[in-house]
Design a protein around this ligand. Structure first.
Ligand SMILES: Nc1ncnc2c1ncn2[C@@H]1O[C@H](COP(=O)(O)OP(=O)(O)O)[C@@H](O)[C@H]1O
Ligand SMILES: [Mg+2]
Length: 336
């Protein structure tokens, strides 16, 4: 462990698409690869990461920390059954915790940025509330989970649009005219005539060159990584990856990278029913294998730019699929 931890916020816009399942198992997988990991439940108001980690909902939590003045943040990072993995619980008990005030949010973010670990994985709630956007903006490289279905992809677009607007707005607060201009543009429905961020940036630059430079920097700062979850075969990816990144680039001037694919796997449901962490319930199951690949990729590639990530992910997923099918046909694996 050296330097500040790599913070990986995990969001997605839509609910019920596997953010928490992936966050929990990715945290365990990274810990098993020898990394020091803290899993954080920042889905305040809808916390359930503890259950995916097989932990009780009775551990002192973020809610307790914020209520108790002067307490030591590190005391809330609880050791778990998994060596190398600590857990910071959200809070399923304190009402209205999703709406913590600005001061509390700033304090929380500051604390998270000073955690000593290799990785801090932050599970976020659905939607694009200011708090969720600000937690995601803690890192230039967050993970967005989506399925290949249109509502999830749309939810992700809306989330990213809100993210960029939120960050721009926060940075332009002092210039009311530019802010009003932005509000006007972004209050258009997504189906209305689209103005891309590149166009927006040009118009802001004409109006106020300094702000134009700043918007440009923001768009280059964020480079979210996408995980496509719950697909049944690589065919699900073939027609989705490139169009998704192209649309995000065109409309939002953001470059995203495709980082992983997780198969639809009934074992996920079985593990939940058994009240057991998936990775413990069946370490060989399809979903866990995919999550392990993502964990290895994080360790190897997180700080690098990934060229042609759509082609690489598709190829890798096709190879994995064929390998698993061959094993299944030979009776060595029940995966398919
Ligand atoms: N790859 C998958 N295969 C099968 N079921 C999945 C998969 N990913 C998620 N699920 C199902 O989706 C449900 C919601 O997952 P969860 O991680 O709680 O979503 P979110 O955090 O996005 O709201 C889980 O209970 C699980 O049954
Ligand atoms: Mg969740």
């Amino acid at each position: 462990m050296s330097g500040p931890a790599t913070i990986i916020p995990i969001a997605g816009g839509k609910g019920g698409i596997g953010k928490s399942i992936i966050a929990a198992n990715l945290a365990v997988s990274l810990a098993r690869l020898g990394k020091s990991v803290v899993a954080v439940d920042l889905d305040l108001g809808g916390s359930n990461l503890h259950s995916y980690l097989g932990l009780p909902n009775t551990l002192p939590s973020i809610g307790d920390y914020l209520k108790k003045q002067g307490s030591d943040f590190n005391e809330y990072l609880h050791p778990t059954w998994q060596h190398n993995l600590r857990f910071l619980p959200g809070d399923g008990r304190t009402p209205f915790l999703a709406n913590i005030n600005y001061g509390h949010k700033v304090k929380l973010i500051r604390n998270l940025k000073t955690v000593e670990a290799d990785y801090v994985l932050v599970d976020l709630g659905a939607g694009s509330s200011f708090n969720t956007l600000d937690y995601f903006a803690m890192s230039p490289r967050g993970v967005l989970v989506t399925t290949t279905e249109q509502p999830a992809l749309m939810g992700m677009m809306v989330f990213l649009k809100n993210l960029v607007f939120r960050v721009i707005e926060k940075n332009l607060k002092s210039n009311k005219d530019v802010c009003d201009f932005l509000h006007n543009i972004f209050s258009q429905p997504i189906t209305a005539e689209k103005i891309t961020l590149t166009e927006l940036q040009q118009r802001i630059a004409e109006y106020h060159p300094e702000s134009g430079v700043m918007v440009n920097q923001i768009c280059h700062h964020f480079r979210p990584r996408l995980i496509m979850n719950w697909g049944s075969s690589p065919d699900d990816l073939a027609n989705k990856l490139e169009p998704a990144s192209r649309a995000i680039n065109k409309m939002l001037s953001l470059d995203v990278e495709h980082f992983g694919f997780v198969f639809d796997d009934p074992t996920v449901h079985d593990a939940i029913e058994a009240g057991s962490p998936l990775i413990d319930y069946d370490p060989e199951c399809l979903a866990v294998r995919c999550i392990n690949v993502i964990a290895e990729r994080i360790i190897k590639l997180w700080d690098s730019k990934i060229e042609e990530s759509d082609k690489k992910l598709l190829l890798h997923t096709q190879n994995m699929y064929h390998e698993l099918r061959t094993q299944a046909l030979a009776g060595k694996s029940g995966a398919f």
